[in-house]
Ligand binder design. Structure first.
Ligand SMILES: *Cc1c(COP(=O)(O)O)cnc(C)c1O
Length: 397
């Protein structure tokens, strides 16, 4: 039998082996190359490397062997031609937009966004003469209307933070392409394990690898994935000059995290689904937001474009902000924290934390209320998590 191509390996094999590039020492585990620079055999080789005619590493702001292993593993997982890793998720979001926008361009985005992404679109880009239009990403007619005029970029997050709204990736990509726009999907919540934007029309996928990919609450990181020509010709020149690079140490930790990625993500998702279901039966809870619930208004779309529903859920209490704060303060196992995708379960009040930079009108448009809590489900025993929530919710009885 012919040897399998790396792209044909099954998921768990790719996660453990993808991108592995051993040094002459033949180490089993991926090596950590803590080096800012690289040496050349000759002046001529150095000159050729600077002309991009060799595959020498030049400087770790451009590329590093450990970071490159991480990028290759992520690209294999995503089914993307190319990947560059960044220092944070926001560095990925900013660089992927800034590298292709100029004054006079138009960006259309779903308004259900991570707070800092919202800030880039509503504050930073308009300052530079770029028009940004935020719409209800669930509504295809709103996309159609906004994309009647040509646009350069379309950007959205699905499922979104904090209320797990979905955007129809295939349908919006089609509309975007008709308007001349490329489509960037922030795939942090579903991850490449459960949602494949590039296979259904998107052009670029970005991550905060701080979340499920590190998955243990240690490091910041991000990634941009897409076609080879986009990464090499458009993204790389900007990335090299502006210093968005990921550190070798962070890439090394995250390479090792990828080995257990799907085990962790599946276990956390199973617990999230159980907790979401349990919360729907609780008298203190008004509503539960989780794409895997049949009561989610976009459940059919979730089944169509996702193969799993994720580790994050939100719920709304009858008891308003006071009730939400009392519940958070009564948790003893689950921590109050605004991070997500950690092996530790974390809960927060988005209105006053992750989304507090949004105006009241913007929050109202998003449908985020003072009575909402977001829960990122970790790897603890699900029975212990439910018991903790049960005790905390009992203070509202
Ligand atoms: C966290 C997050 C980001 C930003 O990533 P950082 O690593 O915090 O810079 C962007 N988008 C989504 C959906 C996120 O959850």
């Amino acid at each position: 039998m012919a040897a399998m191509k790396k792209s044909e390996y099954r998921l768990s094999t790719k996660l453990v082996r993808g991108g592995l590039n051993r040094s002459p020492n033949r180490e089993t585990s991926e090596a950590l190359f803590m080096s800012s620079g690289y040496v050349y055999d000759s002046a001529e080789q150095a000159a050729a490397a600077f002309r991009d005619e060799t595959d020498n590493f030049v400087y770790s702001r451009y590329g590093n062997p450990t970071v490159e292993m991480f990028e290759s593993r992520l690209a294999l997982l995503e089914g993307a031609e190319a990947c560059k890793a960044t220092g944070t998720g926001m560095a990925a979001v900013f660089a992927v937009m800034a590298c292709q926008l100029q004054v006079g361009d138009r960006v259309v985005a779903s308004r259900a966004l991570f707070g800092a992404c919202h800030g880039i679109l509503t504050k930073t880009l308009p300052k530079w003469g770029i028009e940004t239009v935020l719409i209800d990403g669930r509504d295809l007619d709103a996309w159609r209307a906004a994309l009647k005029k040509p646009a350069k970029l379309v950007f959205f997050e699905t499922p979104s933070n904090p209320l797990l709204e979905l955007v129809d990736i295939a349908a919006v990509s089609k509309l975007a392409h008709e308007a001349g726009a490329s489509v960037i999907v922030d795939n942090v919540f579903a991850t490449a394990l459960k949602q494949r934007p590039l296979e259904i029309g998107a052009d670029i996928v970005i991550y905060s690898t701080t979340k499920h990919i590190d998955g243990q609450g240690r490091l910041m990181g991000g990634a941009v994935l897409g076609r080879r020509d986009f990464i090499d010709d458009v993204f790389l020149p900007f990335y090299r000059q502006t210093g968005a690079a990921m550190s070798a140490f962070n890439a090394w930790v995250m390479l090792k995290s990828l080995e257990t990625f799907s085990l962790r993500y599946d276990a956390q998702s199973n617990s999230a689904a159980r907790i979401a279901q349990w919360l729907t039966t609780h008298p203190a809870v008004d509503s539960v937001f989780y794409p895997g619930l049949e009561t989610h208004p976009q459940y059919d779309l979730a089944c169509q474009q996702m193969s799993g529903f994720g580790t994050v859920l939100a719920f709304r209490l009858h008891a308003g902000k006071t009730g939400a704060f009392r519940v958070l303060d009564s948790l003893s196992l689950i921590d109050i924290s605004n991070n997500l995708g950690d092996s530790k379960s974390l809960a927060c009040h988005p209105y006053t934390t992750t989304h507090s930079s949004l105006s009241e009108e913007a929050l109202a448009e998003l449908g985020v209320t003072n009575a909402d809590l977001r829960l990122s489900v970790g790897l603890e025993a699900v029975e212990d998590l439910i018991a903790d929530l049960e005790t905390a919710l009992a203070v509202l009885a």
